[in-house]
Design a protein around this ligand. Structure first.
Ligand code: ZN
Length: 240
């Protein structure tokens, strides 16, 4: 049977001699694995349309656990991402997280939309900012959003540090008793704004200051601490 799907290709692994196994996220079917035959041959007509970090329309045969690709055409190649190493590293982080938190053949409209919109946003906004907001939105969706309205231990509104293990801001007094790291007021303000923001606030967030790798690393630490999911793409990105 032939099914038409719109798929975000997030990862491609070589398979057998010239085939590829695509890990994709779709609106209708959640995460899927698709066998793309012959895409590693120079003559393959589908090769360009099944690169990682690409939005494509596909005709496939839906099967579990592995569907079969018939044809693919590009809807969005995310060209800007592929031309810049930082963009590509952030997009790879987004792709890895999306694959880790999604479930095979279980549709998740929200996850699909924020992943697609975030990849698209990397062309218009600083990629580190997009990465910070994406990880924050994932944490929020999992019910793991950092607490940023006061000290997570005693509710004091004067906060001075961030504690990943306690789950948010801590005040000067409580910071002495828990594992935490202090940051300047500007850093803390950007952290709080990001936690409160939704995807449509990207433009406003971008005007608030510079989003640094250090800020992204705090969000990634929250994600790693609560999910225990290792992120290979982060190891690459943090070294840039
Ligand atoms: Zn406190």
């Amino acid at each position: 049977m032939n099914d038409r799907i719109e798929a975000l290709i997030l990862r491609v692994d070589p398979y057998k001699e010239a085939d590829g196994l695509l890990q994709v996220l779709t609106k209708e079917h959640g995460k899927m694995t698709i066998l793309a035959k012959g895409i590693l041959k120079g003559s393959s007509k589908n090769a360009a349309s099944v690169q990682p970090i690409t939005l494509s329309q596909m005709m496939i045969d839906i099967k579990e656990p592995i569907s079969l690709l018939h044809s693919a055409s590009i809807m969005d190649f995310f060209r800007v991402i592929k031309e810049n190493i930082t963009h590509l590293a952030v997009a790879s982080l987004i792709a890895e997280i999306a694959l880790q938190v999604s479930t095979s053949h279980q549709p998740d409209d929200y996850l699909y939309e924020i992943t697609k919109e975030s990849l698209s946003a990397c062309s218009h906004y600083p990629p580190i900012l997009v990465g910070c907001l994406y990880v924050s939105l994932i944490l929020k969706e999992m019910g793991l959003s950092p607490m940023v309205d006061g000290c997570v231990v005693c509710d004091d509104t004067k906060v001075s540090a961030i504690s990943v293990s306690e789950g948010g801001f801590v005040c000067l007094r409580c910071a002495k008793n828990v594992t935490s790291k202090s940051y300047d007021a500007n850093f803390s303000r950007l952290f709080r704004y990001t936690v409160k923001a939704e995807l449509q606030h990207l433009g406003t967030l971008a005007k608030q200051g510079e989003f640094t790798l250090e800020l992204l690393s705090v969000f990634v630490d929250f994600f790693k601490d609560y999910t225990s999911i290792p992120l290979k793409s982060w190891e690459f990105l943090r070294k840039l």
